[in-house]
Design a protein around this ligand. Sequence first.
Ligand code: TYM
Length: 340
Amino acid sequence: MEQHCHKPRIFSGIQPTGNLHLGNYLGALTQWIENQYRYDSIFSIVDLHALASQDSHLAVPIVEKVRQTAALLIASGLDPERSALFVQSHISAHAELAWILNCLTPVGWLERMTQYKAKAAQVEAATAGLLDYPVLQAADILLYQTDRVPVGEDQKQHIELTVDLAQRFNRLFGAIFVVPKPLIRPSGARIMGLDDPSVKMSKSLAEKRKGHVIGLADPPDVIRGSILQAVTDSGSETRFEQASPGVKNLLTIFEALSGNPRPAVESRFEGKGYRYLKNEVANLVIAVLTPIRVRYLQLVNDTAYLDRVLGYGADKVRPVAVSTLEEVKRRIGIEAPCSG
Ligand code: TYM
């Protein structure tokens, strides 16, 4: 099996939701982009995971959203020459390894996942796919012998499950999998909804509530409108630890996007009022997202280019996935050992 002995490897995935949001950008994409030259980088648009959210494939076919997502990732700074970007369903090893890992996963581990519990509570009948979502995620990560997984804070528990599965497999069948670690940024790893700072910013709520998310391709006036309407409070506190959740969320967005140290952010807004804070946050978000939007609009209709990038990415990583899967099959005894 191919073991990478040069740069350490990062792998991460994102669901093809079309218009990604500021939470995806800060929690995940900034880390993908910053680390892509330092690590051997592999990123996947996880269309099989998207099937687990029941409403995700109704209005726009998933394949269209995959292209929109690829265009947004590239527009945000992902360099497809350096990082491999591919579509999960193009490499069947993901589904195959997921099945094998399923057979080692106690159902109780999956029923304990907070994301499963939250999502299952929102639907009439949770599917096996929803319960099994983290096992497919573990397969994604383990197929590529991943060292670090750059994600937002909400994915920490899924990475812990991946670690448990890798260790269980290695113990039972001999060391095969690299045991990965999460890569989570200290600030900005959990961006909350603008309309309700008690819940994380999420695509599913965006569809139901106006002003909940900031989409990466939103026009400037929409971004400003959502930020000016963000829930704050009637006070004037601008210190992170003392501020109400809505104000803290705005301060965090500013801190994470500006890269300024926390005390500098606090003193910048001290005594200025929330209207000023909101306008400054809006200015910064618009300044960061406008070039992304411009580039996105240039790319999104270039289907041939996007399909080429995704095809190239899949071709680049397929040998790694296939070789890991073959080794797994040999170890568990469903494929003959290599001769010679
Ligand atoms: P997805 O598409 O739901 O989220 C993609 C990434 O965005 C992060 N994120 C956030 N970060 C900060 N604040 C938020 N409000 C926020 N909302 C989302 C997520 O943490 C994630 O990093 N299950 C994964 C997809 C996946 C994956 C993988 C990730 C499938 N296989 C393998 C890593 C490795 C997910 O949450 O996608």
